[in-house]
Ligand binder design. Structure first.
Ligand code: ATP
Ligand code: MG
Length: 466
């Protein structure tokens, strides 16, 4: 354990004289500095447990000085000696973040007790900060991937987590938007306060308002008691507005007010409620397009988009695919008590080639299915779901296969929807094969819109061999 470190900031040396014996007996690291500026740089560098500062120093703004001490080292307990022993000054110093104050003439017992308490508080605060940093590091570790794009995301999280800035997380479904929101909250100084996620798309519109803002008793039929909303419940912490793109225009106005004023009223209530919250939001929609279509308010967009974080889809960071595959094989195998932890090179190639329209979430599900069905051994090409196996279209299949439903019968029998789905897939593959992979011509042959064909190919994970 490191030695207790104390800094005395005083000009006349009276305190130093007075405490010398005690500090020597306890083997503390003691320093005395006369100049406030030098004291602040010392505090920043050495984070002493306790600073005892005489505010009667020449030429300082005493309260600013107290603020600088706590700003320079959050775990340092500042004990002040107020100017002229004024209680008013002492109170101002406490409000500015000082831990306690002592008055001249010194009462030895009182001073020693205050210093001992200051040490204890400083050590607890330091421990608390260390734990928080650990949690945040652990959460950051959970954001897997080694690609440049994900490194960039991590560096933004590092920079903005411990601020109160609003962050808008954009990205396709399953790219990890929620995991980023959690890392931002748990990496902030709000981490011991609540993290309240709200899925704006999943809660029916008429319920969402009372869910967010709460309601007063009798506000509407069924409101039998006053209920606090999620914004109030999140007080001091973070609200995560997930799927914000799905929020109705009426609610968008109300959210805008919460963002601007940090205040709202409960449904059916008159009292204005103030809250201290940080807002994070996420969506998989193209908000710029939604603004053009008048579905999303431009002013709300600018309020939310203070710090944007773009979650890249998996297909744009293919080097992360093997990392995820191995991670999910390991964790899901362990959780399910199975032994499927390796992948054949061919199967891995298919995983890497596949476009993963559902991103990491889809991958998690695919791996879970493979593990459950396989139980043990190496994952081979044949263990992969059809859409991944077919991701690379075999242009060699140039003949049109006549429809024979027996081809589609699996050991479990015949399932209408999957037969239709497979038949559709085969039709597309064959049509593309006939026209040498020219999508426009395949669409023409199938009498489909080109965009419809592309959409279907995307959904099925079909991709042309280059
Ligand atoms: N970089 C990552 N590292 C580890 N796990 C990840 C990562 N990205 C996503 N995941 C996992 O993938 C799943 C989906 O992630 P998450 O719920 O954060 O995505 P999302 O973008 O919010 O998706 P949706 O739009 O479907 O809500 C989660 O189980 C999450 O743990
Ligand atoms: Mg999500």
């Amino acid at each position: 354990m490191r030695k207790r470190n104390v800094l005395l900031v005083e000009e006349d040396g009276s305190l130093c004289q007075f405490l010398k014996e005690k500090f020597r007996a306890e083997d503390y690291l003691v320093n005395t500095i006369k100049k406030p500026d030098a004291a602040i740089s010392y505090i920043r560098r050495n984070t002493p447990n306790v600073v005892i500062a005489d505010l009667n120093l020449t030429g300082i703004n005493d309260i600013e000085f107290v603020r600088s001490i706590t700003g320079a080292s959050p775990s340092t307990s500042a004990i002040v000696i107020p100017c002229d022993g004024s209680i008013k000054k002492a109170m101002e110093a406490l409000n500015a973040g000082a831990f306690s104050y002592i008055k001249k003439p010194y009462n030895k017992v009182e001073v020693l007790v205050t210093i001992e308490k200051a040490f204890e508080v400083s050590e607890l605060t330091a421990e608390n900060l260390r734990l928080k940093r650990n949690i945040s590091r652990k959460l950051m570790d959970r954001i897997l991937g080694t690609s440049e794009k994900i490194e960039h995301v991590r560096s933004i999280i590092n920079k903005v987590a411990d601020t109160d800035s609003t962050v808008l997380i954009l990205g396709e479904s399953g790219t990890g938007k929620e995991i980023v929101a959690r890392a931002l909250h748990f990496g902030s100084n709000r981490s011991s306060e609540p993290f309240v996620p709200i899925n704006c798309g999943a809660i029916p519109e008429d319920l969402l308002e009372s869910e967010l803002f709460g309601h007063e008793k009798g506000a509407f039929t069924g409101a039998i008691a006053t209920k606090i909303g999620r914004f109030e419940a999140a007080s001091g912490g973070t609200v995560f507005l997930d799927e914000i793109g799905d929020m109705s225009p009426g609610l968008q106005v109300k959210i805008l007010r919460v963002l601007q004023e940090k205040e709202f009223e409960r449904v059916g209530g008159r009292k204005t409620i103030k809250v201290d919250i940080r807002v994070l939001a996420a969506t998989n929609q193209n908000l710029t397009k939604a603004i053009k279509e008048k579905k999303f308010r431009e002013d709300l967009y600018y309020r939310l988009n203070v710090i944007p974080i773009e979650m890249p889809p998996l297909r744009e960071r293919k080097e992360d695919i093997p990392v995820f595959i191995k991670h999910f094989l390991k964790t899901i195998s362990k959780a399910k008590n199975k032994d499927v932890t390796t992948v054949s090179p061919n199967a891995m190639r298919l995983f890497e080639e596949y476009e993963w329209p559902g991103n990491v979430r889809e991958m998690e599900n695919v791996i879970e299915r493979i593990i459950v069905l396989k139980e043990k051994g190496m994952v081979e090409e044949n263990d992969l779901p059809d859409n991944i196996k077919k991701a690379t279209i075999l242009l060699s299949r140039k003949h049109v296969k006549g429809f024979d439903y027996r081809v589609y019968i699996s050991p479990e029998g015949l399932d209408f929807n999957s037969v239709v789905d497979k038949f559709e897939t085969d039709l597309i593959i064959n049509a593309l094969g006939m026209v040498h992979g020219v999508k426009k011509n395949a669409a023409k042959f199938l009498k489909l819109n080109r965009t419809t064909l592309i959409e279907k190919m995307k959904r099925k994970g079909l991709r042309l061999d280059s």
